[in-house]
Design a protein around this ligand. Structure first.
Ligand code: K1U
Ligand code: ZN
Length: 169
């Protein structure tokens, strides 16, 4: 298995804004990297992974919210076309291990993107899939779910993770 290292908060590389991908870049090498990202996400385990989290600052992400690991979705250059409603969901993040917090997101979104072969698609998503798409798109803008929390809570999380990283070293 080709597992990729996942960057952890407060690594400054997580704050990089990803660059748009030229469809000409969507070659076999790109698809091999996508496969490695799915393996890394399933092993973590997680339901989404943005390229930024594996120190790749191109604008794409992978998602599979199924329990059976058979609903792989790849989003290259994703854009949200429309939003409806609000939902509050408890989120986690592979780059902010052991922390969970409630975040308010749009309930229903329509997203446009390319798949890993360069084919354009539009998807209407709600529930967990909509939450996950919004969470991963934030990563591509250098934003983390803990940025929605108060500075006090964020500071507590920073200390908790620093302690965890010290005891792991
Ligand atoms: O971006 C990431 O770090 C992945 C993250 C995605 C996410 C989860 C929950 C709400 C919004 C976005 C995760 O996958 S955290 C792990 C997780 O939620 C999970 C793991 C195994 C089974 C089910 C969920
Ligand atoms: Zn995350």
């Amino acid at each position: 298995m080709n597992l990729l290292p996942i960057l952890e908060f407060p690594d400054p590389r997580l704050r990089t804004v990803a660059r748009e991908i030229d469809p000409a870049e969507l070659d076999e090498g790109f698809r091999a990297h996508v496969a490695a990202m799915f393996e890394t996400m399933y092993a973590a385990p997680g339901i989404g992974l943005a390229a930024s989290q594996v120190d790749d600052h191109r604008r794409f992400m992978v998602i599979d919210v199924s329990e059976t690991h058979d609903e792989r979705r790849v989003f290259v250059n994703p854009r949200i076309l429309s939003r409806e409603g609000e939902q509050v969901c408890q989120e986690g993040c592979l780059s902010v291990p052991t922390i969970q917090a409630d975040v308010t997101r749009s309930e229903k979104i329509v997203v446009a993107a390319l798949d890993e072969f360069g084919t354009a698609f539009e998807l209407t998503a709600d529930g967990l899939l909509a939450v996950c798409i919004q969470h991963e798109m934030d990563h591509l803008l250098g934003k983390l779910f803990i940025d929605y929390l108060s500075p006090l809570k964020r500071d507590l999380i920073k200390r908790k993770l620093a302690k965890r990283q010290r005891s792991a070293a």
